[in-house]
Structure formats: C-alpha cells, structure tokens
Design a protein. Structure first.
Length: 280
C-alpha cells in the first residue's frame, strides 16, 4: 500500500498516531483478507525446497505477515524487522495473544542503515515495505546475503488502498470512490522482477491476485473500509468537489444509515502481486 505520499502537516482526526492508524489498517487488511494470506503462505510452502525453519520479515509492521508465516510453518522461527517500535509493540502483543512469543521475535532496525545480525534463513518476506526503502536494491542484496542457497524471497505489494463502495453510495454522488482513487492513486505499479535479478535471485514466479470479496461481509470489513477511507479523506480537501467530500464524510461517519459500519453492500476489491525468487 502506498503510504509514502502522506502529508505529515495534517493532524490525524483520531486520538491515536499516524503509525497506529496504519497498523490498524494493516491488521484489518490481514483479518479481512485472511483467506488470501493463507493461500499465499501455503503457496510459498509448495515453492520451498524444504519446510522453512528460519524466516525474516523485512518491514514487518504490526506483523501480519510474520504471524501468518509462523502459523503456516509451525517449526519456524520468525524474525520481524521494522523501524517502528510502535509497530513491533503491536507485533509482540499479537504474538503473545496467540502463544507465539517463543517463535516470533521483533527486531527494531532501520533497513536503510546497518542491518542487525540475522542468522542465515530459508525465507525472506517483504510485504508492502520495499517501496518505502531508500535503496531497495541494497535491501535486496542484503536479503540475498541472509538467505541460504536454495532459500526464497517473497516480495508482495498491493496496488493501492482497496475499493469498498458500490458505484452509487445512496447519497447522490455516483462514481464517488472512483474519483477518490483517480485523484490519489498516481503511483505507477511496482515491478520487482529486474531488481530481484540484479540482486542475484532467480525469479520463480510472479503471481498477480485480483481479490474481490462479495457482500455481505463480516463487520471487520466495515471498519476496514472506514479506516481506509478516512486515511484517504485526509488528503482530499480541495481535490474533489465539495459535494463529493460531504458524501464521503457521510459514508465514513460512525453513525447514519449510509455509514460503512452499517452498510450491507460493501465489497473488497484489491489487486496484489507477489514475486517469489530463489537464491541459486
Ligand atoms: C506499509 S507497512 C507494511 C507492513 C507489513 N509488512 C504488512 O504488510 O502489513 C511498511 C512498514 O515498513 C516499515 N519501514 C519503512 N521504512 C523502513 C526502514 N527503513 N527500515 C525498517 N522498516 C521500515 C514501516 O515502519 C512499516 O511498518
């Protein structure tokens, strides 16, 4: 997810920090897209030459990937590296809730700087994190060094924030969400194939996933839509007609019949791509 465009001059409309808001978004994403994440980790198990025992998650955030991998590979130790102590705090809370503290370890480090000492591993996972790095090629070269020969790297990226709303949200502004995305989603699609080759990896697979979860969805999807659209709302003043902004505010409000927390017509549409490459 592209969060690097965020304008830090705004204050977040909620009592928690921007990092907490992002962490919540990522946690809700993993909850709502649990089946997709589970398929992805199962697929990695099929591509691996043996069951992974040591896994490194680069830019782990609150650890949605680290936790999913620890659950999938029950004999693996997962080291989750992130710049943010807040993110790692959430990771350790979640790991402890799930009884995974002995196998999921958070390490605070700036991957643009000197790397922490990491044991040689079988699998490196980097989800929505490489595009945040100052020099992704350097990060991939380090990842290559940390993997054993035959080990895999999985890089995954999402195109942008998912779409949730029907074309007509019922407040007289058809096409509202499409206009929001047209204004904010300007980032070109990530392409990591050449970067992986340059670092010495052999590409095993590039897997695009078009996710489309139909209505009705569990309550977490409403909250996910709300957190996600609120993040976008933040950047929209002056970029869309006032009527659109009023309509969007109606939809992201906690209350009212049109609120995403009450709607039964929400869907989740998102495109993600995963590159898997092997260290020869
Ligand atoms: C969009 S989040 C993705 C988190 C997680 N991988 C996921 O998919 O839920 C990007 C993460 O990369 C981390 N990050 C950004 N730059 C970093 C750096 N230089 N070193 C370590 N982590 C970094 C951020 O703190 C954030 O947690």
């Amino acid at each position: 997810m592209n969060t690097s465009h965020q304008d830090h001059t705004h204050t977040h409309p909620h009592p928690h920090t921007e990092t907490d808001a992002l962490a919540e978004l990522l946690e809700l994403d993993a909850e709502v897209l649990q089946a997709y994440l589970s398929e992805l980790t199962a697929w990695l198990g099929e591509l691996a030459d043996r069951e992974p025992r040591r896994i490194v998650d680069l830019g782990s955030g609150p650890g949605t990937g680290a936790i999913a991998l620890a659950r999938r590979f029950a004999r693996a130790d997962v080291t989750a590296v992130d710049l943010s102590p807040q993110m790692l705090h959430r990771l350790s809370k979640k790991a402890s809730l799930l009884g995974l503290t002995d196998r999921v370890l958070g390490v605070q480090a700036d991957l643009n700087e000197d790397w922490p000492a990491l044991d040689t591993c079988d699998l490196v996972w980097a989800a929505s994190s490489l595009h945040h790095m100052a020099d992704p090629d350097r990060v991939l070269a380090r990842a290559f060094d940390v993997l054993r020969p035959g080990g895999l790297i999985a890089v995954t990226e999402m195109d942008f924030f998912p779409r949730f709303l029907p074309d007509d949200v019922g407040v007289g502004r058809p096409g509202l969400e499409a206009r929001v995305h047209a204004v904010l989603n300007k980032r070109p699609a990530d392409e990591w194939t050449e970067h992986l080759r340059r670092a010495g990896f052999v590409l095993e697979a590039k897997r695009p996933s078009a996710i489309d979860l139909p209505a009705p969805l569990p309550a977490a999807a409403g909250r996910y839509a709300q957190v996600s659209l609120r993040q976008l709302r933040f950047h929209l003043d002056g970029q869309l007609p006032a009527e659109d902004l009023v309509a969007l505010d109606t939809v992201i409000d906690d209350d009212g019949p049109h609120s995403v927390l009450r709607r039964e017509d929400l869907t989740v549409r998102t495109n993600r791509t995963t590159w898997v490459a092997r260290r020869p």
